[in-house]
Design a protein around this ligand. Structure first.
Ligand SMILES: C[S@@+](CC[C@H](N)C(=O)[O-])C[C@H]1O[C@@H](n2cnc3c(N)ncnc32)[C@H](O)[C@@H]1O
Length: 257
């Protein structure tokens, strides 16, 4: 395959607004080339011609690039810290909470937060959930999950808030109504303000260092004083002070005010 990667991603940026040069190159290139070959093409140009005027093909390509793998209460030990330490602390300092799940995939993460808040009977929270992938957001609104994805949901919450539908489980309207889903590209869109807790997990690993740093700074501006950033298990921030954060537990950072 001729090395036309940069030309290709520039054209993709023009037709989709997604700047793939801010994603780690080696990984992204390998993924794209394997996808192109799977469709029977050997050159970037030929594949670009194949998709450029066809919204379905463009969508299929983007869908493949945005890896939506997620599950409820992913890395349970970290959710335990969130439940027992971080959230009680935020509640004791704020009458109401504004929470943002910033790469929410098909809703598993923001719905986990909603379940946790229901569990502790806290009803003064606004939960915003965003992702770049419109198909994932549509799935999130439907709220249908297979058994494996909800494995970590405690049994009592499963019984209270999931309805069995054939092979899948639907999350109750009660929980659905607690979350507002919006399309947002972390690399280009403005961020919401006054947030008490940002979850940004298992997406920054795909971005270049430059993109990550830009996002850390924007998260800092997005947080209210003493707000918390919760990252994924391979995404510790190397020098949190540089971006206005102090590390309070592994994977949790507090905005320095
Ligand atoms: C692996 S999932 C992580 C889901 C969830 N946060 C978790 O930890 O289980 C990564 C998500 O990031 C989204 N994503 C990728 N690039 C993005 C961008 N530039 N802006 C917003 N979301 C993005 C993908 O669509 C995907 O849903």
């Amino acid at each position: 395959m001729q090395d036309k990667y940069y030309e290709f991603i520039e054209k993709i940026n023009k037709i989709t607004g997604i700047n793939l040069s801010l994603y780690k190159e080696k990984q992204m290139k390998r993924r794209i080339e394997s996808f192109i070959r799977r469709h029977g093409f050997e050159e970037y140009d030929d594949y670009y011609k194949f998709i450029k005027d066809d919204q379905n093909r463009i969508r299929e390509f983007l869908n493949y690039l945005t890896i939506n793998v997620s599950e409820f209460f992913r890395n349970p030990a970290q959710w335990d810290i969130l439940e027992k330490d971080i959230i009680p602390n935020l509640i004791s300092n704020n009458n109401s909470l504004k929470i943002w799940s910033s790469a929410c995939a098909s809703g598993e993460e923001p719905y986990s937060v909603a379940l946790l808040l229901r569990k502790i009977n806290f009803d003064k929270a606004e939960i915003i959930a965003t992702d770049i992938d419109e198909d994932a957001l549509e799935r999130a609104k439907k709220g249908l999950y297979n058994e494996k994805i909800i494995t970590n949901v405690p049994e009592d919450l499963k019984r209270r808030f999931f309805i069995k539908r054939k092979e899948e489980y639907e999350i109750s309207d009660d929980i659905k109504n607690m979350v507002k889903f919006i399309k947002l590209n972390l690399l280009t869109d403005p961020f919401p303000k006054g947030i008490h807790l940002i979850l940004c997990r298992n997406v920054l690993i795909y971005f270049t260092e430059e993109a990550k740093e830009m996002i850390y700074k924007k998260f800092n501006e997005s947080l209210a004083d003493d707000g918390i950033l919760f990252v994924g298990s391979t995404e510790q921030i190397i020098m949190p002070h540089k971006f206005g954060f102090s590390s309070i537990k592994s994977f949790f950072y507090r905005k320095i005010s």
